[in-house]
Design a protein around this ligand. Structure first.
Ligand code: BGC
Length: 737
């Protein structure tokens, strides 16, 4: 008897069988309850949601991280609901949890998948220790518009770089398996095309032809899913007239069909309800149906599923099989996360990463995210020991919160060390003269200029921290004018008038147009929002203790009018040849109309960006030579090596990011003039030389062609290797059929 009872109690032991067993016992209402994600922030979440949880009508909560509240919500789910299915606790863990790392766009400047992975892993450890098990990251939307506030949250403009780094982030969050302590289920977002919003206005429509969709916008999603991402979030935007959240082509044909993705698809916040506002669905019932039939499993916040799906099933509009498939995916995720055995996350609480190690990682990440954009006459590094006094100026010099950037709900600003704090620590209080000059980056009040000028006058060098506060980028925070806001430029003028070397540090969530700034400074470090350890990382860089190695993951436009501008553009039938930035001044008044000699450029801003993709200076110099391809011709299935010699010809140790670009000059669809297909970071001592080798295979040459098949087309290929996307060392080879 005892033996029989024991056998009957034995749990089926795979996550799949456990999910199936639960599903078999569920009522329709309970199944639909699993599909409902609800906000648990605000006053009295237990009072507000307890009854619904008990009734099995909530599958996941978002935006609650208080341990006692989470415990009570989970206790109700586990002990008081009929089947005891635990809640999934979700949160936007984007670039850190309590410890904040650089913005994703900053992390992307490291071109280091290992670093990006480690930051995500540490963030997961901290978040899981607080009860969170599902993060809405990585965001792998290709971002080519600096006006768009969410460029801050992106990995830049390039499909290859975003693929490599997005996949690394997934591996970081999910670790060696979701049942392991300190892991989070990743959610790759926003599927798809969100970054292509018209005018850089968040949420606006996108128009992306299939070629662009498949060759530019989708590859990072594919890479994140290949890395094992457990879930996908749909985009708010519409694409070619069909909102992504109700888009059967995107969700059904591509994601579930071509890619065989069988994990959870969640809508963005209220995006199902917004199908009505978009003009796709007449009411909530139609919206719920459109989303469910397209392929969405979970409804975040619109309540369309919980309110409408049971009735739609009873009416025979939506099938029970469909609801079963949706609920099974959610249950499977919960089982895979180990929630059925450890709903309160005891195992994760003891797995939180050590505070100091996490701060050390944040410092390294901040250091590697900073990009040196100008350094005239060796203005940097500074000899901190030799300097009499340093003026530290600017509205971003001492802002423990603002230096964190967007999406830092749980960020602990008491862990921040500001540039001012770190420089005072390095130099001693008495050798730092501090005056912010402006209260905020948007201030127009110049009453602080006199004190800032006095500080400059009494110092040997001026270090000025400018930029944008955190709230000026991120979701729903787009700008039409992307110059430095407020009177910051005037502050630079005032400082320059004092005649001391001026080092500018810009902390911002987007590329700003910098022409006017560059004219006024001797050196410029683009620091993005570096996170908690902005100050120590900056001291590492300005002192020369670390040699800057950040490289831009996005082109910096000269002006807003150049947007969209990205290196992997099309050649066009009239490609620009030599750059003419101010051609407008050369055209004679009364000149007759002509298009001869003209090409795809702006009369008043040329066609090149202010800084190209891949660019970043170092305190040393790297010289490229001897580009060699191992074969002039390869057959399908064969590989070929591309080798180049890189020499550190300067006087310091430094790290170079060696970048390989490819072009398919003749194809069934016009292809970009260059595409990044590989990169390697190489650390070289002064005078050291190394041969760097890339191996290219057929897969690297492939793209989605006119037949919509991902495949390499035979013919000639051009290859460039160098330190940025303008690299001129060039070779060719042929792929033969
Ligand atoms: C954003 C998502 C985010 C969600 C939950 C939405 O407004 O677009 O990226 O994950 O909110 O906070």
């Amino acid at each position: 008897m005892a033996h029989a009872a024991h056998a009957a109690d034995t749990q089926p032991d795979t996550p799949q069988s456990r999910a199936d067993a639960l599903l078999a016992r569920m009522s329709l209402e309970e199944k639909v309850g699993q599909l409902h994600t609800i906000d648990a922030s605000g006053p009295d979440p237990v009072g507000r949601l307890g009854g619904e949880i008990k009734a099995g009508r909530i599958g996941a909560v978002i935006n609650q991280v208080d341990p006692d509240t989470l415990y009570e919500l989970q206790r109700i789910a586990v002990e008081e609901s009929r089947l005891g299915v635990p809640l999934l606790v979700s949160r936007d863990v984007i670039h850190g949890f309590n410890t904040i790392f650089p913005l994703p766009i900053g992390q992307a400047c490291s071109w280091s998948p290992e670093l990006v992975r480690d930051c995500a892993r540490a963030a997961a450890g901290e978040a899981a220790a607080s009860g969170v098990r599902w993060t809405f990251a990585p965001m792998v939307d290709i971002a080519r518009d600096a006006r768009w506030g969410r460029i801050a949250e992106s990995l830049g403009e390039d499909p290859y770089l975003a693929s490599v780094l997005g996949a690394a982030m997934v591996v970081g969050f999910q670790g060696d398996g979701l049942s392991r302590p300190g892991t989070l289920a990743a959610c790759v977002k926003h599927f798809a095309g969100y970054g292509a919003c018209e005018g850089g206005r968040d949420y606006d429509a996108t128009n992306i032809p299939d070629n662009e969709l498949r060759n530019t916008y989708l590859p990072p999603f594919r890479a994140a899913l290949k890395a094992g991402a457990a879930s996908v979030m749909t985009s708010f935007s519409d694409i070619d007239g069909v909102p992504a959240t109700g888009n059967p082509y995107l969700l059904g044909e591509i994601l579930r069909g071509e890619w065989s993705f069988d994990g959870v698809v969640v809508s963005d916040w209220d995006a199902i309800g917004q199908l009505i506002t978009h003009g796709l669905s007449a009411d909530m019932a139609a919206a719920a149906r459109a989303a469910a039939e397209a392929g969405v499993d979970m409804d975040m916040m619109s309540s369309a599923f919980i309110d409408q799906l049971p009735r739609l099933v009873h009416e025979g509009v939506v099938t029970v099989d469909r609801i079963d498939a949706m609920a099974r995916r959610v249950l499977l995720l919960k089982a895979t996360l180990g929630l059925l055995d450890d709903p309160y996350g005891a195992a994760h609480r003891s797995a939180a990463p050590a505070r100091q190690a996490t701060l050390d990682l944040a410092r390294r990440a901040a250091r590697e995210s900073m990009v040196l954009l100008k350094n005239d006459a060796g203005a940097l590094p500074l000899d901190l020991a030799g300097i009499g006094r340093l003026a530290v100026i600017g509205p971003m010099a001492d802002q423990p919160y603002e230096q964190l950037g967007t999406w830092v709900f749980d960020g602990d600003q008491t862990r921040s060390v500001t540039p001012l704090g770190a420089l005072r620590g390095a130099l001693g209080e008495h050798r730092v003269a501090f005056a912010p000059g402006l209260e905020t980056t948007r201030s127009r009040d110049r009453s602080g200029f006199a004190a800032a000028q006095a500080a400059a006058r009494s110092s040997d060098v001026v270090l000025v921290c400018l930029g944008e506060e955190a709230i000026l980028s991120g979701e729903a925070h787009c700008r039409a004018d992307i110059t430095l806001p407020g009177a910051q430029l005037a502050l630079l003028d005032a400082l320059k008038a004092e005649g001391k070397p001026v080092i500018a540090v810009i902390m911002a969530g987007r590329p700003l147009t910098l022409a006017a700034v560059l004219e006024r400074v001797d050196a410029l470090i683009y620091a993005w929002h570096p996170g908690n350890m902005a100050g120590p990382a900056l001291v590492d860089i300005v002192s020369g203790a670390a040699n800057p190695s950040g490289r831009l993951p996005v082109s910096f436009p000269r002006s807003v009018g150049q947007i969209p501008i990205h290196y992997n553009r099309k050649n066009t039938g009239r490609p620009p040849q030599a750059e003419r930035i101010l051609y407008i001044d050369e055209i004679q008044v009364g000149a007759p109309q002509t298009s001869f000699g003209m090409s795809a450029f702006h009369l008043d801003d040329g066609y090149t960006p202010q800084f190209p993709f891949g660019f970043g200076l170092s305190y040393t110099r790297f010289i490229y030579a001897d580009l060699v391809v191992s074969a002039g011709e390869i057959a399908r299935g064969e590989t070929l090596d591309v080798m180049v010699t890189v020499t550190n010809s300067g006087e310091r140790f430094g790290t170079e990011t060696v970048q390989l670009y490819l072009r398919d000059p003749t194809a069934s669809l016009t292809r970009p003039v260059r595409e990044l297909k590989g990169f390697q970071k190489v650390a070289l001592n002064a005078g050291e030389r190394r041969t760097v080798r890339f191996t290219l295979g057929e897969g690297d040459l492939a793209f989605s062609g006119r037949e919509r098949r991902f495949r390499a087309e035979a013919g000639r290929f051009d290859v460039w290797v160098g330190g940025d996307s303008t690299a001129d060392l060039h070779a060719s080879f042929t792929l033969r059929d």
